[in-house]
Design a protein around this ligand. Structure first.
Ligand SMILES: [Zn+2]
Length: 133
């Protein structure tokens, strides 16, 4: 079966929030962000390769801030052509308000991806030795 030799892609693993070591197991207990009060709950160990999912508490804010800035910039790309931005009226303030609302609404996802990116940064693919079979 060719599928057993296929290496899961890095981008796909990040987007689907899969384990950084095997890119097969889920990182989070819940597949969706709902219920919100459990949306940041990581599994203790990967169900596929047993990679520990270290829930570092001090990693989130920095990466989350970077993601927030990125969302603001992405908003600028579609907001500018559609609504226009000018320093002569209040369009910049409206843009900031719209972007802030979008960032707040996306917060459960950005916080999750902040953790995903952090783990991918510290756990290279197949760094878990006992998986090399
Ligand atoms: Zn795994």
């Amino acid at each position: 079966m060719c599928s057993t030799h296929k290496k899961p892609s890095l981008i796909g693993g990040v987007l689907k929030m899969k384990c950084p070591n095997c890119r097969k197991g889920n990182m989070f207990v819940n597949k969706t962000v709902f219920p919100l009060n459990k949306c940041l709950k990581l599994t203790d160990n990967c169900s596929v390769c047993n990679q520990p999912m270290v829930g570092e508490q001090n990693n989130g804010p920095g990466i989350n801030y970077a993601l927030t800035v990125i969302i603001f910039l992405i908003n600028l790309v579609w907001y500018w052509p559609i609504f226009g931005l000018s320093v002569w009226d209040n369009s910049v303030e409206v843009y900031m308000i719209v972007s802030t609302v979008i960032v707040v609404l996306l917060q459960p996802w950005t916080m999750r991806y902040a953790r995903v990116l952090y783990l991918y940064f510290y756990v290279p693919y197949q760094s878990n030795r006992h998986l090399d079979t």
